[in-house]
Design a protein around this ligand. Structure first.
Ligand SMILES: NC(=O)c1ccc[n+]([C@@H]2O[C@H](COP(=O)([O-])OP(=O)(O)OC[C@H]3O[C@@H](n4cnc5c(N)ncnc54)[C@H](O)[C@@H]3O)[C@@H](O)[C@H]2O)c1
Length: 435
């Protein structure tokens, strides 16, 4: 391995997951099963993808871990918080994503992963009624209690590094409110003043994580770390952050399929996306205020791939609609339909239909693993602030909108950003251009 400006991944890596639901338990169970040799980490880029490094005669295709030091699955130790007190074994059985035969072999390990009390506010997810919840005097107290949890977890598990991953429910939509979200000092004042409207519980987790020297990943569409105040905190604490919203089913397809239309210079009249989903995530998203957060995230994908200002004949005023319908019989097995109205030569219309029968948490679990391993890598490489190279894994990638930056949603450009960052951290040249 060529060396790198990266501290080696030595010691135990703590992964503290906010939420012990379907995604979290599928992720944890998979990692534990893989390291016992009982399952394969299919879909994980860090475990399977190969990147070309060098050119011409020196060209080689290497796994990420052969380019740069990445934590071994054997070194991972899990912690969690949840509103419900069930341990990760009980939660995995409840979620019914995995069959018992794929859970039982690691039951003993899962039973030891017991949720700490959640930093929770029912106004942010009205459909949840668990009582494993912290009593907090105000939002600042919430942060302090979470910081104590992180410190205790690190000590008890002898972790050399710890990452905090949000895989908890989608909170209600918190639009950016400049008087609180633009500057760190204002955010802190609002926490002390217990401003519950503008300080979501997820912000307290992020604040606590960064202050304790832990990178933070936002897997839901919450605006938590996508505000200038948190960027300031990430810079102050020299910690990397990434978000938002795991890119898994329909949006993965969209960000991979839209480039087909754009590359062939076909026109778009409309793209209608609908889903049925029956797990607890679907239940929470059935609440209009929570769905709004998801909708904003899902709608952003097309705008930066098929752009009206670049191709007014092809992409002006196309109609883009996204729906999620709660439908309990399907549980975690989401079904999505996309109807795409395109037009070709001389404006003649055509239609494309995509019907994806996916498994939400099966798609999300490898994304969780990759985000945790890669943000830990970023921290060891001394990178801090928003990690745009992780956009590949995210539905609504963070970018500095205050500086006019645009999100990159195009799946293949995101892959290039990912590969270039791994090359750079591995001491190679970042040699693929994004045009
Ligand atoms: N599965 C996917 O493909 C996918 C894709 C993108 C985003 N997501 C997001 O990932 C998140 C998790 O999805 P899921 O299917 O596991 O949902 P889930 O409902 O099964 O699990 C979420 C868990 O979070 C807990 N929770 C809620 N608020 C909390 C808080 N403040 N602190 C601690 N715990 C809290 C809930 O009690 C619940 O157990 C959701 O926000 C979802 O929108 C999932």
């Amino acid at each position: 391995m060529k060396q790198q400006n990266v501290t080696p991944a030595e010691g135990r890596l703590g992964i503290m997951v906010v939420g012990c639901g379907a995604v979290a338990t599928t992720f944890m169970t998979g990692v534990l099963m893989v390291r016992r040799g009982l399952a394969k980490p299919i879909g994980s880029m860090t475990q399977y993808d190969k990147i070309r490094v060098g050119r011409g005669q020196d060209k080689k295709y290497l796994h990420y871990a052969d380019i740069v030091s990445i934590a071994s699955l054997n070194d991972i130790v899990f912690g969690t918080w949840d509103v419900y007190p069930q341990n990760a074994y009980q939660a995995a059985m409840y979620a019914e994503v995995l069959k018992p035969k794929d859970i039982e072999p690691v039951r003993d390990e899962l039973e030891k992963i017991v949720p700490m009390k959640a930093a929770f506010d029912k106004n942010y997810a009205k459909r949840l009624d668990g009582d494993n919840v912290k009593q907090c005097a105000n939002r600042w107290d919430m942060v302090e209690q979470l910081r104590e949890d992180i410190r205790s977890f690190k000590t008890a598990n002898n972790c050399s590094r710890t990452v905090v991953l949000w895989a908890a429910s989608t909170e209600i939509y918190v639009p950016v409110y400049e008087p609180v979200h633009n500057r760190l000092s204002d955010l802190e004042t609002a926490m002390h003043a217990d401003d519950r409207e503008h300080v979501a519980p997820s912000m307290c987790y992020a604040y606590a994580a960064l202050s304790e020297g832990c990178p933070f990943v936002m897997g839901a569409p919450n605006t938590t770390v996508d505000i200038p105040a948190m960027w300031e905190l990430a810079e102050k604490t020299r910690m990397p952050i990434a978000g938002k919203d795991f890119k898994t089913g329909q949006t993965l397809v969209k960000s991979g399929f839209a480039p087909i239309i754009g590359t062939r210079c076909l026109g778009l009249d409309g793209w209608f996306s609908t889903n049925i989903l029956g797990n607890r995530d679907g239940l929470v998203l059935d609440e209009p205020e929570n769905f709004r957060t998801k909708e904003v995230s899902k709608l952003s994908t097309l705008e930066t791939i098929l752009k009206a200002d670049e191709q007014p004949d092809l992409y002006t005023d196309y109609y883009h609609k996204v729906r999620i319908n709660y439908y309990p019989p399907r549980n975690d097995n989401k079904e999505s339909w996309d109807n795409i109205d395109i037009f070709g030569w001389m404006g003649y219309p055509m239609q494309i239909k995509i019907n994806f029968l996916c498994r939400d948490s099966i798609l999300a679990a490898p994304v969780c693993l990759d985000l945790c391993l890669l943000i830990d890598l970023a921290a060891r490489a001394g990178r801090y602030g928003t990690q745009r190279f992780l956009s590949f894994f995210l539905k609504s990638p963070m970018h500095d909108y205050t500086q006019g930056e645009e999100a990159v949603n195009h799946l293949y450009r995101q892959h290039t950003m990912l590969k270039n960052a791994i090359r750079e951290m591995g001491g190679y040249e970042a040699d693929e251009e994004i045009d």
